[in-house]
Ligand binder design. Structure first.
Ligand code: PLP
Length: 405
């Protein structure tokens, strides 16, 4: 059996579709985000501006976060020393779980090593524990939720994206006696649209369903204390389980859920993805704790982010760049072809020192390939001028479609 040949053919298939992924080799430059050094295949490095980071607010270089991490490193050393079953709770985990429960006004929270694991572990565990459970899942849900639902073995019903009528049809048709979970996101990260959370909660009440809300692209950024869109909409108490990441707007790493005491205890006690893996480093937990505390008190970062996103959208529109409808901080620019999408991204990086990675299938449906910009408080006017100039040049050179200005 020629194993290598099988692997090579699988890669060739991706090349043929024009969606083979090459990761840029980047050193982020602390103190001057969103600037970074980009390394080429040799020894050369060139200064670039990053326009697609999910460290949305620049918390990855915030002095409070770094100071907390230095302090924890000096105090406790590098790692957690094992799973929590073996090594116990590091005190930073306890403090952080308290903080996150309080942030979301829930009884309890539980940390995971990533947002991906928190979705996979929680959904697979809860849906499996509920006998005869039916899960109602938005068609654009993140891969980690899809994987969790699949691993639960529960029956899955997919509703059209943000379509509450379709969701109700499916709920109505289901066995009234069966336990139900509605799983969805608040801000959808590729289109930048936002779920009708309150309407979904109304349906959950009507049909006796639990709600599971992924706020990965909202925590830190929406709501008075950065608890997410559910807090902003005043409906957080109606959500059974809120899930978030500690690696995007909070700028560090890890994931979590916040929910009732009983639910958190059941996931802690049953979820393989929680039990059998080394706990988050206390250094990371300490950094996140500082980040969450800062963003609960300060809204300077999220206000500036919203302003920068509005500015970029309106400037793109004004020059006829086909910016897609987005009500959030995410700015998607439509291209509609995987090869062109990669080509535009390459030119921006190689000629203009602007890094925005191509978003191709399977992250988005084929034919909707795009560039995805995430402007933040640290992108200044000069960086935005340079971006608009570069885009105009590339659009003209490749004769790309413009929208009516
Ligand atoms: C990034 C992402 C996750 C996973 O979070 P990580 O902390 O990066 O593992 C979960 N859900 C959504 C919608 C995401 O975009």
């Amino acid at each position: 059996m020629d194993y290598e040949k099988i692997f090579a053919e699988a890669i060739d298939a991706i090349h043929d579709e024009g969606r083979y992924r090459v990761f840029a080799d980047i050193t982020r430059d602390r103190g001057s985000f969103p600037r970074a050094e980009r390394h080429d295949a040799g020894d050369n490095a060139k200064s670039i501006t990053v326009w697609c980071s999910n460290d949305y607010l620049g918390m990855g270089q915030h002095p409070d976060v770094l100071a907390a991490m230095h302090k924890a490193l000096d105090e406790t050393g590098a790692g957690a020393g094992g799973t929590r079953n073996i090594a116990g709770n590091n005190h930073y985990h306890v403090l952080l779980e308290r903080e996150l429960a309080d942030l979301h006004a829930k009884e309890a929270s539980l940390l995971f090593t990533s947002g991906y694991i928190s979705n996979e572990a929680t959904l697979s565990t809860v849906a499996k524990l509920l006998p005869n459970c039916a899960v109602f899942s938005d068609e654009l849900n993140h891969a980690s939720m899809i994987q969790g639902i699949r691993n639960s073995g529960a029956r899955k019903f997919i509703f059209r994206h943000n379509d509450v009528e379709h969701l109700e049809e499916l709920l109505k048709a289901a066995d009234p006696a069966a336990p139900k979970i509605i799983a969805f996101e608040s801000v959808y990260s590729m289109d930048g649209d936002i779920a009708p959370i309150e309407q979904i909660c109304d349906l959950a009440d009507k049909y006796g369903a639990m709600t599971y809300l992924d706020e990965v692209h909202a925590v830190g950024m929406y709501g008075a204390e950065g608890a997410g869109v559910a807090q902003h909409d005043g409906v957080a108490e109606r959500i059974t389980i809120i899930e978030g990441t500690l690696g995007k707007a909070f700028g560090v790493m890890g994931g979590y859920i916040a929910s009732s005491k009983a639910l958190v205890d059941v996931v802690r006690s049953y979820a393989s993805g929680f039990i059998f893996t080394t706990a988050l480093s206390p250094v990371l937990a300490a950094g996140v704790l500082a980040s969450v505390r800062h963003l609960r008190k300060s809204d300077i970062e999220r206000t500036a982010q919203q302003t920068r996103a509005k500015d970029l959208k309106s400037r793109m529109k004004a020059v006829g760049l086909p910016v897609m409808d987005s009500v959030s901080h995410i700015v998607p620019l439509f291209i509609g072809d995987p090869v062109l999408c990669k080509q535009v991204s390459d030119i921006l990086l190689n000629e203009f020192g602007i890094y925005v990675q191509p978003i191709n299938y399977p992250t988005v449906p084929k034919g909707t390939e795009r560039l995805r910009f995430t402007p933040g408080p640290l992108h200044d006017d000069k960086a935005m001028d340079a971006l608009l100039d570069a885009l105009s040049t590339v659009w003209a050179r490749l004769n790309l479609a413009r929208s009516a200005a």
